[in-house]
Design a protein around this ligand. Structure first.
Ligand SMILES: C[S@@+](CC[C@H](N)C(=O)[O-])C[C@H]1O[C@@H](n2cnc3c(N)ncnc32)[C@H](O)[C@@H]1O
Length: 208
């Protein structure tokens, strides 16, 4: 896999406002212990970025955290409409990708390689694009996202209906038909919802 800096910036038809350094396919990397997930614009992240670009007032002037940033596309969307953006990912290459993509787009993002699950974060909004991708991640991240919502943070989550998405406690705000990118989804397009994480039913979040 090329490094982030070696990838050419591209513009996705679904998000023409943003320039992103992405791989056209991750197929050659499936067997790697740590595939370069940051080199893909996940359908959840694409939908959340689209939602932010379409509803700029929701984040403008607010302190926004892009949680599980990957390429940083959600944070880039928020920064480009006037939010004060920080981004976290536990993959150092994702943090580098977020920084380089921010530079390419002429926006500022404070990107850090840190695991903030379980911690209070001093932001107004948390944006989480496609973070329910496996059981272990969902079991850790969902209780924390609900806890942050109860603490008064606006939490938005976008997901194409993956198995580990909770069935309660989410309010659908928008739905998009998103072209998959990088070859990680079976379908050419996925129907992806953007949800507000509510304070209700958080303790009943079930992963089945
Ligand atoms: C499926 S990718 C989604 C990336 C991006 N949000 C998007 O939609 O394109 C999930 C990301 O979450 C990151 N991640 C996993 N555990 C994390 C944690 N504890 N804290 C922050 N990021 C984490 C992974 O490294 C990966 O970049």
């Amino acid at each position: 896999m090329a490094s982030v800096a070696e990838l050419r910036p591209v513009r996705l038809a679904f998000l023409p406002e943003l320039s992103l350094r992405l791989a056209s396919s991750l197929e050659a990397h499936w067997q790697e212990s740590e595939p370069p997930w940051w080199a893909v614009a996940w359908v959840g992240g694409q939908a959340l970025a689209r939602f932010v670009l379409d509803h700029p007032a929701r984040v403008r002037g607010r302190r926004v955290l892009d949680f599980g940033a990957g390429s940083g596309l959600v944070g880039l969307a928020a920064a480009s409409v006037g939010a004060v953006v920080s981004a976290v990912d536990v993959d150092a290459a994702a943090v580098e990708a977020t920084r380089i993509n921010a530079e390419d787009n002429g926006v500022s993002i404070d990107a850090r390689c840190v695991d903030v699950i379980g911690q209070a974060v001093d932001v107004d909004v948390i944006l989480a694009g496609d973070v329910c991708y496996d059981a272990a991640m969902a079991e850790r991240v969902l209780p924390w996202l609900f806890e942050r919502a109860r603490a008064g943070v606006e939490v938005l989550l976008a997901d194409p209906g993956r198995r580990y998405l909770p069935r309660e406690g989410l309010v659908e705000l928008a739905r998009y038909e998103v072209p998959s990118q990088g070859g990680v989804e079976g379908d050419a397009r996925r129907s992806v919802a953007v949800y507000a994480v509510t304070t209700r039913a958080a303790e009943r979040t079930s992963i089945t």
